[in-house]
Design a binder for this molecule. Structure first.
Ligand SMILES: [Zn+2]
Length: 173
């Protein structure tokens, strides 16, 4: 089974050493030999390094999971920005340059929410208004957008400022 190429310099078969390392081969004489053999010790270190490298490729959370985590965070951040923009569409500030249309931003919100749910995250998108607010609906619609934004990023300076804007411009809704 083991030809000359599979022999270590000390005469130990490489295959035997691997099986001994894995606990598949019980060989007391080999165990005694390995303790004092630099060649076998070096080979065992190589085996260990290879196993560590394989473990790093497969089971570790540094791989696919981390990539998904970071793309979920990126999608959440993008969705949060879109929601803040949507509030602006509901409550255009007087004197402020007109932004993008409500329908455009709302469509992007839907796409981003769908992307997030593909990544396994849940977004309370159903609570968002689906049409441009009428003349008296701006503040109420904007509040619904702010509520979803808060569910995404929690209360932040941005959500506080937007909530204030809803209060100032719409009165009770
Ligand atoms: Zn040896």
């Amino acid at each position: 089974m083991s030809d000359a190429r599979d022999m270590l310099g000390c005469g130990t078969a490489r295959g035997d050493l691997h099986r001994w390392f894995d606990g598949e081969l019980i060989d007391e004489a080999l165990g005694v030999h390995v303790r004092d053999c630099a060649r076998c010790t070096a080979e065992l270190e190589t085996i260990e390094a290879q196993r560590d490298a394989l473990a790093g490729l497969s089971g570790s959370p540094r791989g696919v999971d981390a990539a998904l985590d970071s793309s979920q965070r990126a999608a959440e951040a993008a969705l949060a920005d879109l929601l803040a923009e949507l509030v602006g569409c509901c409550l255009p500030a007087p004197g402020e340059k007109a932004g993008r249309r409500f329908a455009t931003v709302r469509a992007e919100v839907t796409l981003m929410a769908a992307r997030l749910s593909q990544l396994g995250a849940t977004v309370a998108g159903a609570a968002l208004p689906d049409r441009r607010p009428g003349p008296d609906e701006g503040a109420a619609f904007a509040r619904r957008c702010v509520a979803v934004l808060i569910s995404l990023e929690g209360p932040t300076d941005r959500t506080r400022a937007l909530s204030e804007r809803c209060g100032q411009q719409g009165g009770e809704a």
